[in-house]
Design a protein around this ligand. Structure first.
Ligand SMILES: Cc1cc2nc3c(=O)[nH]c(=O)nc-3n(C[C@H](O)[C@H](O)[C@H](O)COP(=O)(O)OP(=O)(O)OC[C@H]3O[C@@H](n4cnc5c(N)ncnc54)[C@H](O)[C@@H]3O)c2cc1C
Length: 332
C-alpha cells in the first residue's frame, strides 16, 4: 500500500478480513426471524423471570411466556441472569472504545484495513475504510464502571488522529466527520461467557467483549446445538427465506443512482426519499432517529444533519417513537 508510512517495518496479513456494513447484518437477522414467525417487542425491559416448566417473564411491556430463555443482553447480561434467578457466573466490566470518522477524502489513502500487532488487552488502533466511504480510526480500550454513558475526550481523539497520520501520512489535515464512543460488554475473563442450564431451559451468551458482529452467526449456531440437548429440543425450520436488506455500502449501486427515487434528502450521504419511506414500510421500522440514521445513513455525513434534519423531521412526523428534536422545538 503506497500510502503507508515509510517508518513502518512490517505488516501482518489477515486472510479473509473484510469491511462490512455493521447495521444491515443484524437487521437482516431480525427480518429473517420475523419472516419465520418471530415477534419482536420494543421497550420490553426484563424485570424478573420465574421458571416452573415454562418461563414467565415480567417485562415493562407485560408478561411473556417462553419455553426457553437465551440471554443476549450485552452490557446487562450479568444483571439479566440475576433477574432470571440464574445466579450470574460472570460480571460485566464495560470497556469503552472511542472512534474518529475521517472525511471521505481520506478513503483513497486507505484502501485496506490496517491493523497494528495486537496485545493481550486490545487489537490496537485500527485505521480502516468503512463500507460508507469514510475512514475509521480507533478504538481505544478503556475500562469503566458506568454501563450507560460513553463519553468522548478531545485529548484521546487528537491522539487517534495523530496516530492515523503516523501510519498513513496523507491523512494529516483531513477533516473529522464524526466522533463517537461505544461500550464493549467485557467481563472479568477474556473469553465469551457462555452458560447452559438445561434443567432451567436457559442459555447465556455473555461477555461478548468484541467481535460480536463477526461471531453472531457462529454463536447462534452454538446456542442451537446447546439447545438440542434440552428436553424436547428445537427443530430449526426447513425453508429459511433469503433476506436482502437495502444496500447502504458504496461498493454497490445505491438508490440515488436509480431512477424515480423521489428526491435526495441527505446530500452528504446521498440518501433518497424512497429509501427513507421504505424503512417505515419494512418489517422492522425504525423507532427513533438513531435507528433511521443507521438504516439509511441520513444525517451521518459531513454536516451531521445540519441541512437535512428539518426535512427529515417533516418526513418522519408521527412515525418515530422519539421525534426529532428539531421538530419538538419547532425549528426550521
Ligand atoms: C468499541 C467497540 C469495538 C467493537 N469491535 C468489534 C469488532 O472488531 N468486531 C466485531 O464483530 N464487533 C465489534 N464490536 C461489537 C461488539 O462485539 C458488540 O457491540 C457487543 O458484542 C455487544 O453486542 P451484544 O449483541 O452482545 O449486545 P447489544 O447489542 O448491547 O444487545 C443487547 C440487547 O439487550 C437488551 N437488554 C439489555 N438489558 C435488557 C433487559 N433487562 N431486558 C430486555 N432487554 C435488555 C438491550 O436493549 C440490547 O438491545 C465492537 C463494539 C464496540 C463498542
Amino acid at each position: 500500500m503506497p500510502s503507508l508510512s515509510e517508518r513502518l517495518a512490517a505488516a501482518l496479513e489477515v486472510p479473509g478480513e473484510h469491511v462490512i456494513d455493521p447495521w444491515s447484518a443484524p437487521l437482516a437477522y431480525l427480518t429473517q426471524a420475523i419472516a419465520l414467525g418471530a415477534r419482536f417487542v420494543r421497550g420490553a425491559e426484563l424485570l424478573k423471570g420465574t421458571f416452573d416448566g415454562a418461563w414467565r417473564l415480567d417485562t415493562t411491556a407485560g408478561e411473556i411466556v417462553a419455553d426457553t430463555v437465551i440471554n443476549t443482553a450485552g452490557l446487562y447480561g450479568d444483571l439479566v441472569d440475576d433477574r432470571l434467578g440464574l445466579g450470574a457466573g460472570f460480571r460485566i466490566k464495560p470497556r469503552k472504545g472511542q472512534f474518529v470518522v475521517l472525511d471521505k477524502a481520506a478513503c483513497r489513502h486507505v484502501p485496506r484495513i490496517i491493523l497494528p500487532v495486537p496485545t493481550e488487552i486490545t487489537k490496537g488502533i485500527v485505521v480502516c475504510p468503512t463500507a460508507f466511504g469514510n475512514v475509521l480510526v480507533g478504538p481505544t480500550a478503556e475500562e469503566q464502571e458506568d454501563r450507560v454513558r460513553a463519553t468522548v475526550e478531545t485529548e484521546t481523539l487528537e491522539t487517534l488522529v495523530r496516530r492515523a497520520a503516523e501510519i498513513v501520512p496523507a491523512l494529516a489535515g483531513i477533516p473529522v466527520t464524526a466522533v463517537y464512543a461505544g461500550l464493549r460488554p467485557a467481563s472479568e475473563e477474556k473469553g465469551y461467557r457462555v452458560f447452559v442450564r438445561p434443567e432451567r431451559r436457559a442459555i447465556t451468551l455473555g461477555g461478548i467483549r468484541s467481535t460480536g458482529l463477526s461471531s453472531a452467526l457462529g454463536l447462534a449456531q452454538h446456542a442451537l446445538k446447546l439447545h438440542a440437548g434440552f428436553a424436547g429440543g428445537y427443530r430449526p425450520p426447513e425453508n429459511i427465506p433469503a433476506i436482502a436488506t437495502p444496500n447502504l455500502a458504496e461498493c454497490r449501486e445505491r438508490d440515488w443512482q436509480r431512477p424515480d427515487h423521489g428526491e435526495i434528502v441527505c446530500h452528504c450521504e446521498l440518501v433518497t426519499r424512497r429509501e427513507i419511506e421504505a424503512t417505515f414500510e419494512s418489517a422492522v421500522p425504525p423507532g427513533d432517529f438513531g435507528g433511521l440514521r443507521r438504516r439509511t445513513r441520513a444525517g451521518m455525513g459531513r454536516c451531521q444533519g445540519f441541512y437535512c434534519n428539518a426535512r427529515l423531521a417533516e418526513m418522519t412526523k408521527g412515525k418515530l417513537a422519539t421525534p426529532l428534536a428539531v421538530e419538538k422545538e419547532g425549528k426550521q
